[in-house]
Write a protein that binds this ligand. Structure first.
Ligand code: ADP
Ligand code: ZN
Length: 622
C-alpha cells in the first residue's frame, strides 16, 4: 500500500494518498457520502463487498478509490462495451490511468493496453464479461497485479431481473481463480430475490453487504391520468423542462418513432432509440444524447442501462411500465447529480386493458403469467394510491418511510371516495349483458349505456331498454373511465381473453354486487388536466432557484462546456457536471485557490480548465 505520501498526479504515475486525500485531490469532493467511506475502507482492507445503492448514490467511487489506494490495477467488469469509452474518458479527465479491452480495438491497441497492464501502469481496466472468461484474458490477469475486481450491474447475474446476461454466470470463477483479490459487486436493483441470487452466483457468501436507503429524494414522482399523452408530455417539457435532457419511455417501437417525430415537429430536439433501429443509428443517437445538452431520448426500455449521464432532468413514461422494479430503475436515471428532477407517468384505462391482454397472450406457463400479473398489480397499486408515492415505492423494496412532501399526492392530496354504488352499477351492467343477452363489451360502450347515450350501437343493440340504461348520469365520462380503471386495478373486473378487450366480472366481483364489500377509489380530476404539471407547488426545475444573474452565468458556462466537450469528443459531464457549474455560477470564485474549493474540481481539472473557467467568470457581467 502506498502510505501517506502525497504526490501530484501526473500522466504516468498513480495518484497516491489515503482514501480521503484521493477523494479530495483527484475527484474534487469534500467528503464521502452515505456508506461510501465504510465500503471503501472495507475493500482497501482486502474484504469482499456487495453494494446495493440506488442509481446516483455514488457506486463508482466505491471501487475507484480503493483501486487507487491498493497496489496494482483494479479490474472492472461492465456489461456495456458501448459505454466503456465514456467511462474511461471520465477517469482520464481527473488524471486516473484507465483503459479498456474490448472487441472494438485494433490488435495494436490491445497489445499496448496489455503491455501497460503488465508494467503496472494502469489504475483501472474495464472488461466485458465475455472477454474476461477467455482463457487468454485469464492468463494475462495471472501475470498482472490485480488490486480488486469490481462487478458493475451485478444484477445481470440474476435470472429474475430483466437484464439477465448469461456471461455473468461465469463470473463465479473469480473467487476460485484469484481467491486473494477482493471482489466488490454493485447494483441498483434492490429486491430480495436479486440480492440472494447475486450472493449465491458470485460466491459472495462471506462478503459484507452494504444496503443503502433506496430513496432518491431529489426526484419528484408524479402519475397523471392519461388523456392525450403526447400533448401532456409536450406541456411537461415546455412548462418545466425546456432545454433539459430527458428520457421518454414508450412501450412499442411505433410509439417511440411517433413521439420523437411529434416532439421534433414541435421544436424539441428529440431522438428515437429501440431495438428495431440498426446498431449504427442506435449508437449515434445514444452518443448525441450523452454529448449534447438538452436532447430528449424517446426509447423503449432497451435504452438506459449503464447510461451514466448525471444531468438527465426528467424521465417520462407515456405507457404503463410492467413492474415497479422496472419503473424504479428507469426513473432512477433522472437526477444522478442530486439536483431536482422529475419522474412523470401518464396512465389510463387503455394501459390496464392492454397490459392484461399482453399477459394473457404471453408465452410461458401459468406460473410465469401469475408472476407477470403480480408485477402489474403492484404497479397499478402505485398508480392508484391516495398515499405518498415514495412511501409505497420504498415499501415495495422493503424500506419503511414517512410521507415525502415531494410527490404529487403529497403536494396535492387526493381524496378517496366510496365508489361502491358506481361499482355496483357498472358491474351489474356487465352481468345483465352477459346473462340476458349473452354479450360482452368494452369500457366505451358500457359507459355509453350508463350515461344513457343513444349512440348508433346502443340503438342497434336495443340497449336503451336495459334497466341500467341511463342510471349513471351522476358521473362524467371521465369519472366512469376512472371507475373502470380502478375496478380493473383492484381485480374486481377483468379483461376477457377474446382479444377484443371486452370486460367480464371476476370471482371477487360477487361481494361488491351483493353489498358485502365496499370499494374505495381515488378521485378523478373533473376534467382531464392539460396543464398537468404547472400548478402551484413549485416546479421541479433544477435551476429555477438561481437568480437571473446566476442563471445567465450558468447558461454561459454550459455553452463553454459544450465547446470543450465537442473539441475533445467527450460527453459534456466529463468536463464538469451541472452541480459544479451551478456552484460556480452562484459563488463566482475569482482565484485558482477558490476554484479548487468547488465540488467536482480536482487537481487535474484545475490544471486543465482553471484559467479558462476564471476567464468565463470574469468576462460575464453581474
Ligand atoms: P451510481 O453509479 O451509483 O449511479 P455515480 O457513481 O455515477 O452513481 O455517482 C453519481 C453522481 O454523484 C456522480 O456525478 C458523482 O460524481 C457524484 N458523487 C458520488 N460520490 C460523491 C461524493 N462523495 N461527493 C460528491 N459527489 C459525489
Ligand atoms: Zn410523497
Amino acid at each position: 500500500m502506498s502510505g501517506m505520501t502525497v504526490l501530484p498526479a501526473t500522466e504516468d504515475a498513480r495518484p497516491v494518498g489515503t482514501a480521503l486525500e484521493l477523494l479530495r485531490r483527484v475527484f474534487g469532493y469534500e467528503s464521502f457520502r452515505g456508506d461510501q467511506q465504510q465500503i471503501v475502507d472495507h475493500v482497501i482492507g482486502g474484504g469482499d463487498a456487495l453494494v446495493l445503492m440506488p442509481t446516483g448514490g455514488g457506486k463508482s467511487l466505491c471501487y475507484q478509490v480503493p483501486a487507487l489506494v491498493r497496489e496494482g490495477t483494479g479490474v472492472v467488469i461492465s456489461p456495456l462495451i458501448a459505454l466503456m469509452q465514456d467511462q474511461v474518458d471520465a477517469l482520464r479527465a481527473v488524471g486516473v490511468r484507465a483503459e479498456f479491452l474490448n472487441s472494438t480495438q485494433s490488435l495494436d491497441e490491445v497489445r499496448d493496453v496489455e503491455r501497460r497492464l503488465l508494467a503496472g501502469e494502469l489504475d483501472l481496466l474495464y472488461l466485458a464479461p465475455e472477454r474476461l472468461i477467455l482463457e487468454r484474458t485469464g492468463q494475462l490477469l495471472d501475470r498482472a497485479t490485480i488490486s480488486l475486481f469490481a462487478i458493475d450491474e451485478a444484477h445481470c447475474v440474476s435470472q429474475w431481473g430483466h437484464d439477465f446476461r448469461r456471461d455473468y454466470l461465469a463470473l463465479s470463477m473469480l473467487a476460485d481463480r484469484w481467491p486473494s483479490v477482493p471482489r466488490i459487486a454493485l447494483t441498483a436493483t434492490a429486491t430480495e430475490a436479486t440480492h440472494a441470487d447475486i450472493t449465491a452466483r458470485l460466491k459472495l457468501g462471506s462478503a459484507r453487504h452494504f444496503v443503502s436507503s433506496f430513496d432518491r429524494p431529489n426526484i419528484r414522482y408524479r402519475i397523471v391520468p392519461k388523456d392525450e399523452p403526447r400533448r401532456q408530455l409536450l406541456d411537461l417539457i415546455k412548462t418545466e423542462h425546456g432545454g433539459d435532457a430527458g428520457i421518454v419511455y414508450c412501450l412499442s417501437r411505433n410509439t417511440v418513432e411517433k413521439t420523437a417525430k411529434f416532439l421534433v415537429d414541435q421544436g424539441i430536439p428529440a431522438l428515437p432509440y429501440h431495438a428495431g433501429l440498426d446498431a449504427r443509428t442506435r449508437a449515434a443517437n445514444q452518443s448525441r444524447f450523452l454529448r449534447e445538452d438538452g436532447i430528449v431520448m424517446c426509447a423503449t426500455i432497451a435504452f438506459g442501462m449503464g447510461i451514466d449521464k448525471p444531468d438527465v432532468r426528467f424521465v417520462a413514461h407515456i405507457d404503463l411500465p410492467k413492474s415497479v422494479e422496472g419503473y424504479y430503475q428507469e426513473t432512477g436515471r433522472a437526477g444522478r447529480d442530486g439536483l431536482p428532477s422529475t419522474a412523470w407517468l401518464a396512465y389510463g384505462l387503455q394501459d390496464v386493458v392492454q397490459q392484461r391482454r399482453m399477459i394473457d397472450d404471453s408465452e410461458g406457463d401459468l406460473a410465469h403469467r401469475r408472476r407477470l400479473s403480480a408485477h402489474l398489480d403492484a404497479m397499478l397499486a402505485l398508480c392508484e394510491t391516495i398515499g405518498c408515492r415514495r412511501v409505497q415505492l420504498l415499501a415495495y423494496f422493503g424500506q419503511a418511510s414517512e410521507p415525502c412532501g415531494n410527490c404529487d399526492t403529497c403536494l396535492e392530496p387526493v381524496a378517496g371516495w366510496d365508489g361502491t354504488v358506481p361499482a355496483q352499477k357498472l358491474l351489474s351492467t356487465v352481468v345483465r349483458l352477459q346473462r340476458e343477452r349473452n354479450q360482452r363489451f368494452g369500457a366505451g360502450h358500457l359507459i355509453d349505456i350508463l350515461l344513457g347515450k343513444l349512440t348508433p350501437r346502443v340503438q342497434q343493440q336495443g340497449h336503451d331498454t336495459l334497466t341500467v340504461f341511463g342510471i349513471g348520469t351522476d358521473l362524467t365520462d371521465m369519472q366512469w373511465r376512472g371507475v373502470v380503471r380502478q375496478l380493473l386495478a383492484q381485480g374486481l373486473l377483468a379483461v376477457n381473453d377474446d382479444g377484443f378487450g371486452t370486460l367480464v366480472i371476476t370471482e371477487a366481483s360477487g361481494a361488491v354486487l351483493s353489498g358485502t364489500r365496499t370499494v374505495m377509489m381515488r378521485e378523478e380530476p373533473k376534467r382531464p388536466s392539460r396543464r398537468s404539471g404547472a400548478r402551484g407547488a413549485g416546479l421541479a426545475k433544477a435551476n429555477s432557484d438561481l437568480d437571473a444573474d446566476a442563471a445567465a452565468l450558468f447558461q454561459r458556462l454550459r455553452e463553454w462546456r459544450a465547446e470543450q466537450a465537442r473539441s475533445q469528443g467527450v460527453p459534456a459531464y466529463v468536463v464538469f457536471g451541472d452541480a459544479t457549474l451551478r456552484e460556480l455560477a452562484t459563488t463566482r470564485p475569482s482565484t485558482l485557490a477558490a476554484l479548487a474549493g468547488i465540488g467536482g474540481v480536482g487537481q487535474k481539472k484545475l490544471e486543465t480548465y482553471g484559467e479558462a473557467v476564471l476567464e468565463v467568470l470574469s468576462a460575464t457581467p453581474r
